[in-house]
Design a protein around this ligand. Structure first.
Ligand code: IMP
Ligand code: MG
Length: 375
């Protein structure tokens, strides 16, 4: 399937030229029979309706007048609710007339409500609404939409006049915003729970992107990126890297439209970081779908970490430092669980068992989590 890129987003083909043509034809027929022998005034809502109105006007076989009305409500891919009139129509052009609004798309209905309110002031004999596309799940108003070309699900579309940040209007068919097809989640747990091991397996099995903050810092430092240079100063001093630097590194990864979904490991470590992360995801129209906690009893953790200390030769892995790290985890990191519990996104997995067995448990939980759509 041929996808296209507009600004920072990827779109996939969705509604063909033929399907659009059929919807326009259907609308034209319905509106012609409604208008009968009257000469209606069509109010073309700019900019989005310019292609639809053009095809519609060529298909419309009787006399009609065309007026142009321009509003603006959208910023990016979300309705702002605040609608402004940029180009008005003189009242005398509509007074006592059969007026039909030609909309490209009706989403929440905020724009439509404003249009109706403003056009009613010009005292038309009748006011009807025609839209090429209609999103019934998104519509929040009660005013009836009289003529509908095609109902579509609550997806963001571009093409045939419709834009994403002013791009995509000239596409002859409709494309739909490509959504992540996997979840974004935090793999959580104390040191020694097996997060890294499990995350790598899940990454390979599910095609996810794996963000381990430690690896991310090392990568930036090795490649001497501007963020790497900043982080290095702290790491060399033995200090924690400030949240702002970590967040900037994460921002780069989540902005990549090719990413299907992310496993976070080692981040967020504090509630403050969790709040940062939620905000960052929201800015990109994304959301953390889950926090999955790997549960392992403390005695086993200590045993595992001591074992790891022996084989990896990490000098800091003696019983005392291990106990200290676990305490740090309980005090500072564990509250992150409650933060996501309150959002209804908390899942727990028994982390004791062999690697494949634990992985299967994780996969079961993941397949049960539905993609949450941020609307
Ligand atoms: P509403 O006020 O939420 O009904 O949004 C109506 C306006 O938002 C339309 O006239 C479009 O300009 C824009 N819009 C709504 N949905 C989409 C979409 O899926 N793609 C592009 N623009 C849209
Ligand atoms: Mg628009």
């Amino acid at each position: 399937m041929k996808t296209i890129k507009l600004q920072d987003k990827i779109f996939e083909p969705y509604i063909s030229k033929e399907q659009i043509a059929r919807a326009v034809k259907k609308l034209t027929g319905e509106i012609e029979s409604y208008a009968g022998n009257d000469e209606p005034v069509f109010v073309v809502v700019l900019k989005g309706s310019f292609i639809f109105a053009s095809d519609f006007s060529k298909a419309y076989t009787k006399n009609a007048v065309f007026e142009f009305y321009r509003l603006k409500s959208y910023e990016g891919t979300a309705s702002t609710g605040d609608v402004k009139i940029l180009l008005d129509i003189p009242a005398k052009s509509l007074r006592g007339k059969k007026v039909i609004v030609l909309e490209d798309i009706v989403d929440t209905g905020n724009t439509l409500e404003k249009i109706i309110e403003e056009l009613q002031k010009k005292q038309p004999a009748e006011l009807k609404i025609a839209t090429l596309f209609y999103k019934p799940e998104a519509y929040q108003k009660t005013y009836p939409v009289d003529f509908i070309g095609m109902e579509i699900p609550n997806d963001f579309i571009v093409g045939y006049g419709l834009d994403y940040d002013e791009l995509g209007r000239n596409l002859p068919e409709i494309y739909r915003l490509k959504k992540r097809n996997m979840i974004d989640f935090i793999l959580f747990g104390p040191p020694g729970a097996g997060k890294g091991t499990q995350a790598r397996i899940l990454r390979d099995k599910l095609g996810l992107t794996y963000i381990a903050t430690g690896d991310m810092f090392r990568h930036h430092i090795k490649n001497e990126t501007p963020l790497g240079k900043k982080a290095k100063v702290y790491i060399e001093r033995g200090d924690l890297v400030p949240d702002e630097i970590t967040i900037d590194m994460i921002k780069e990864i989540i902005s990549d439209p090719e990413v299907k979904g992310i496993i976070f490991d080692g981040f967020p470590r504090t509630v403050r970081q969790a709040k940062f992360l939620d905000k960052l995801m929201a800015e990109k129209d994304l959301i953390i779908d889950a926090l999955i906690a790997l549960e392992v009893p403390e005695e086993i953790l200590v045993k595992r970490l001591l074992e790891r200390g022996k084989t990896s030769g990490r000098s800091d892995d003696n019983e005392e430092t291990i106990k200290y790290r676990l305490k740090q985890y309980h005090d500072k990191t564990e509250p992150v669980k409650d933060y996501y519990k309150q959002q209804g996104k908390y899942y727990e997995v028994d982390g004791v068992g062999d690697i494949e067995e634990v992985n299967q448990r994780l996969l079961n939980v993941i397949s049960g989590i539905k993609l949450r759509e941020k609307v």
